[in-house]
Write a protein that binds this ligand. Structure first.
Ligand SMILES: C[S@@+](CC[C@H](N)C(=O)[O-])C[C@H]1O[C@@H](n2cnc3c(N)ncnc32)[C@H](O)[C@@H]1O
Length: 275
């Protein structure tokens, strides 16, 4: 097992991370992390009543729920996630929003199209082929429709990922680092310039990339919630309860030793229109 936990890279190198085990804590982390980031994306897209929206990689609804409220009863939001537990939870949150239709599916093969808006918040870097998966999403928008894609800025989440990776390695007794991460693509989507160019390569025009600065106070509770309620959770899957407790202790110790009191969770919110 490779233990490099870099959520800003183009995929989590814990094979293909499943969010299923993170679902229980995902909502709890949401108010600190997912909800402000989802709100920034929805604001950048300026949704209007009556619009038809595809929310790809929707999780438990950080962007899909506010979108459904904005498009109102005359609009629709198709919220799609590959994780069944995420979708079950979203359906419960959206019980008073019939315009939100939650589906469990791989969005890289989602067929409906003609959307006014296609959005994916912190999702595209999990696609096995990020460019091809994103091209498919863009093709789901109508010509002239808006596309909004949000990714981590370079360096975001690293302070937690590095300490967690070390703690997991120590507890499992595996070498501290695996093979080096694969080199970034020619365009590094974790920078404003790289992401702007990459979005233009996807055939979008009027591309704007906004920086959404966000920081989390790393109290022990929030620091551990960052692990339990995110893609980092997959790194704990090979461990039993005792092992998880040992990782928790070591991870918090490493954060304290290095005086990490804050976590950079800044994102890049990219928008553009389909040609
Ligand atoms: C970091 S979470 C973000 C969730 C949500 N957009 C938010 O901001 O709270 C990434 C989500 O992408 C989903 N995902 C990853 N690959 C997917 C795919 N091919 N199709 C649909 N969902 C996918 C995961 O299951 C997970 O719920």
């Amino acid at each position: 097992m490779i233990i490099i936990l870099d959520m800003t890279a183009h995929r989590l190198p814990v094979d293909r991370p499943s969010f299923d085990t993170a679902t229980a804590h995902f909502d709890e982390l949401g108010r600190h992390l997912w909800e402000p980031i989802g709100a920034a994306t929805v604001a950048a897209l300026a949704l209007r009543p009556g619009e038809r929206v595809l929310d790809a990689c929707c999780g438990t609804g950080a962007s899909a729920l506010p979108s459904a409220r904005l498009v109102g009863p005359d609009g629709t939001v198709d919220a799609v996630d590959i994780s069944d537990p995420m979708i079950d939870r979203l359906r419960r949150h959206a019980s008073d929003l019939p315009q939100l239709r939650a589906s469990s599916a791989d969005v890289t093969t989602w067929e409906p199209s003609g959307y006014d808006v296609v959005q994916a918040v912190l999702g595209i870097f999990f696609f096995p082929d990020m460019a091809a998966g994103t091209d498919h999403l863009v093709s789901r928008a109508r010509v002239g429709g808006r596309v909004g894609l949000t990714v981590w800025r370079r360096g975001a989440m690293e302070a937690a990922g590095a300490r967690l990776g070390r703690a997991v390695s120590e507890v499992l007794g595996t070498p501290p680092s695996g093979p080096p991460p694969s080199p970034p693509p020619a365009r590094d989507i974790r920078t404003v310039e790289g992401f702007t160019d990459w979005l233009r390569d996807r055939g979008l025009h009027d591309v704007v990339v906004r920086v959404h600065e966000h920081r989390l106070p790393m109290t022990p509770d929030i620091a551990w919630l960052v692990v339990l309620g995110s893609g980092f959770r997959a790194a704990l899957d090979p461990l039993d309860e005792e092992g998880i407790e040992a990782v928790r202790g070591r991870y918090l110790e490493l954060l304290a030793e290095d005086d990490v009191t804050e976590l950079d969770a800044t994102t890049l919110v990219g928008t553009g229109s389909r040609r």
